[in-house]
Design a protein around this ligand. Structure first.
Ligand SMILES: Nc1ncnc2c1ncn2[C@@H]1O[C@H](COP(=O)(O)OP(=O)(O)OP(=O)(O)O)[C@@H](O)[C@H]1O
Length: 292
């Protein structure tokens, strides 16, 4: 399937419990409100269905503590299909933990997490990945002895359920998209920092996500390297992938995201238009440490 900006991704097919195959992209991407019986307005249940399918990620009053430390404090927000949400906040605010809660690597103490309208609060992390939640980690940990291409194959086969032949095709596209073609046969252990970051993104893309969680993917890169990575993320987003991006490199983040969420001591203290959020008193006082 060809998508705007040169990014190519095949429709994601996976099996429901009854064995029927379906495409997440078809479910997320092209829902339209239909008018019923010639009347001017869609029915309430159609509106409900529309809201359900267009909210790719929804957190409701999610709580998590490590001992006495509250790292998610009644966190609620949602991300509509095709949007890019940036997450900022001071070190230790609970940003990476939030990703771990969304992917199921850490269990919630309370609250509810839904993905494409389905409650995934207690779903196994592997299953969440197969459903279409892909992520990068702050510290890339590829299989060091496997080549770049082999790393992608593993991600594609186990993360999207693709056959080896399908996975190989998709991985060739992803190598090109992430600028790793020339490094395809190099063991991951021999990559530079930028290449490791690219591989981290490529591995997440190989799982064919409809929701992509990026954890500080631009950290430690030079300005030029950061620019290249941002271009790739823009193309992926332009191809219809919903993105949630934690980042300290604010100019990179705000050049991509539609909305910005600020987390402090596990609490959402602001969410909205990036420019307005960056100018807000709360951000300047709490995040940037500027007295206003
Ligand atoms: N498994 C764990 N057990 C105990 N404490 C943890 C665990 N994981 C994270 N923490 C603590 O929870 C707090 C939030 O950590 P987290 O990594 O989510 O913050 P962060 O906002 O991503 O920070 P940074 O910007 O530095 O990456 C920190 O104080 C951290 O030490």
């Amino acid at each position: 399937m060809a998508i705007e900006g040169g990014w190519r991704l095949r429709p994601r097919h996976h099996r429901q419990q009854d064995g029927a195959e379906h495409s997440d992209r078809r479910r997320h991407g092209s829902h339209r409100l239909k008018r019923q019986g010639g009347r001017g307005f869609p029915s309430a249940c159609l509106i409900e269905e529309w809201i359900r399918v267009t909210s790719v990620l929804k957190l409701e009053q999610v709580n998590k503590s490590f001992g006495a430390l509250r790292v998610a404090d009644d966190v609620s927000f949602d991300v509509p299909a095709g949007q890019a949400l940036g997450i900022i906040g001071p070190n230790g605010a609970g940003k990476s933990t939030l990703f771990n809660l969304i992917t199921g690597n850490v269990a919630v103490d309370g609250g509810r997490i839904a993905f494409s309208g389905r409650d995934i609060t207690r779903t196994h992390p592997m299953q969440r990945c197969l459903m279409g939640i892909g992520r990068t980690f702050q510290i890339p940990q590829p299989f060091e002895k496997l080549t770049v291409f082999e790393n992608l194959l593993v991600a594609a086969m186990f993360g999207s359920g693709a056959s080896e032949a399908e996975a190989a095709d998709a991985c060739a596209d992803i190598l090109a998209e992430t600028g790793l073609v020339r490094r395809a046969n190099v063991p991951a252990g021999g990559l530079s920092l930028l290449e490791r970051k690219r591989l981290e993104l490529a591995r997440a893309l190989a799982t064919q996500p409809t929701l992509l969680l990026l954890d500080e993917i631009a950290g430690g890169l030079t300005e030029a390297e950061c620019g290249q990575l941002v271009e790739t993320i823009r193309r992926v987003h332009g191809g219809g992938v919903t993105i949630v991006w934690i980042e300290h490199v604010l100019h990179a983040l705000t050049s991509v995201v539609d909305r910005l969420l600020v987390l402090d001591f596990g609490k959402v203290i602001g969410i909205g238009d990036p420019a307005e959020i960056m100018e807000s008193r709360a951000v300047r006082e709490i995040y940037l440490g500027i007295e206003v």
